[in-house]
Design a protein around this ligand. Sequence first.
Ligand code: SF4
Ligand code: SF4
Ligand code: FES
Length: 224
Amino acid sequence: MTEMVTVYVMGKEYKVPKGLTIMRAMEYIGYKFIRGAGCRAGFCGACATVYRLKGDYRIRNALACQQIVEDGMYLAQIPFYPPKKATYDIKKIKPDVNTILTHYPEVARCVSCNSCTKICPQELDVMDYVQAAIRGDIERVADLSFDCIMCGLCTSRCPAEITQYYVAILCRRLYGRYLAPRAKHVQKRIREIQSGKFDKEMKKIMKMSKEQLKKLYAEREIEK
Ligand code: SF4
Ligand code: SF4
Ligand code: FES
């Protein structure tokens, strides 16, 4: 027999099979995720959720598609946050601190409370990348925030009302466009494509059947 645990969703008690994720448990109960669900694999950041455990005062956060339910869990989905998102033409801005402060001046309000780091389900050093943004260290922001899934939980806790993940994505874009070293082999390959080196081969591939394509794929050369 399936072992069941008791959870509370929006204050109502339910029995759900042990071992389900919060998302699966809520669907088992009958909730339908129209919003607040995407990849179901911990990548898209759409399913930020809050919960509390029985006998514990702490409000915890997690991704509903990743966190396994526990007996006595009090659950609630958090709403979509409507943060300010700066718009810019990446070709017309410079990779410096002024760009960060012009588009997100509130970043300077950081009080170094570290709440953002503590809540991040990706275990990123969010406060550290915010501090790097204030210093204009774009490379450091890009590096520290690389695994951000834009779930918005850091913003939900920030007393300075900073949208950390939008600051981070601005820096990653600036880094990618202006600061990251160029891969010479990629540039060489682009030149080859533009010069038509692969046109004949591409035309041949475009005429192939699905089965021929599958065979070609299976027999492709794989680098060691
Ligand atoms: S930095 Fe913020 S938005 Fe990005 S994963 Fe962590 S909590 Fe989510
Ligand atoms: S939660 Fe906000 S104020 Fe606190 S360290 Fe993070 S960015 Fe700074
Ligand atoms: S649904 Fe994408 S991270 Fe949970």
